[in-house]
Design a protein around this ligand. Sequence first.
Ligand SMILES: O=C(O)[C@H](O)C(=O)COP(=O)(O)O
Ligand SMILES: [Zn+2]
Length: 210
Amino acid sequence: MTNTVEQQAREEMVRLGASFFQRGYATGSAGNLSLLLPDGALLATPTGSCLGELQADRLSKVSLDGAWISGDKPSKEISFHRALYQHNPACKAVVHLHCTYLTALSCLQGLDTENAIKPFTPYVVMRVGNVPVVRYYRPGDLRLAEDLARLAPAHKAFLLANHGPVVTGENLREAANNTEEMEDAAKLIFTLGNRPIRYLTDDEIAELRS
Ligand SMILES: O=C(O)[C@H](O)C(=O)COP(=O)(O)O
Ligand SMILES: [Zn+2]
């Protein structure tokens, strides 16, 4: 019987997965979630699982160095989740989705690889700062983990080219909120289309970061 804190973490992952699925942020078996447990192990969604149908007692438990401890077989992308925890101590949870607008953004040519979401509202800056783009690799390729490990010390959120977002947080709820804020920003980008945007000035951005 897992302890109360772990059991609550399991139930929160199931609840947030279901919320993402019911609101259309996740479909089919796309996406994966993880969080850092008090004992230093990771709780993660099993490979091939539907975020809308997670079962608390079947969630994958994995050590930070990658040993499969219990539950169903972990996500094929557990390597990039681990890389984020190992290279950014502030990272306590990771959300990866194929949500529509961020995935569409990830497919555009000519993205600024330093920051895919040029600030035009305050919220992405306030929540996650710049969102670097990781070049395309097939899902599960270990080079995703290598590239994210390099970016992790200085970033909280990332856009995998032609794939979708990877977003961290100090807990799973914050990583989810950060993800949803980014998806709203991406939706605004496509809503605004070719209309001239008044981007935030450097001073306005600096003020948000102070
Ligand atoms: O987000 C996804 O669906 C992953 O990119 C993927 O390919 C599936 O991986 P998982 O092993 O089901 O987490
Ligand atoms: Zn994916």
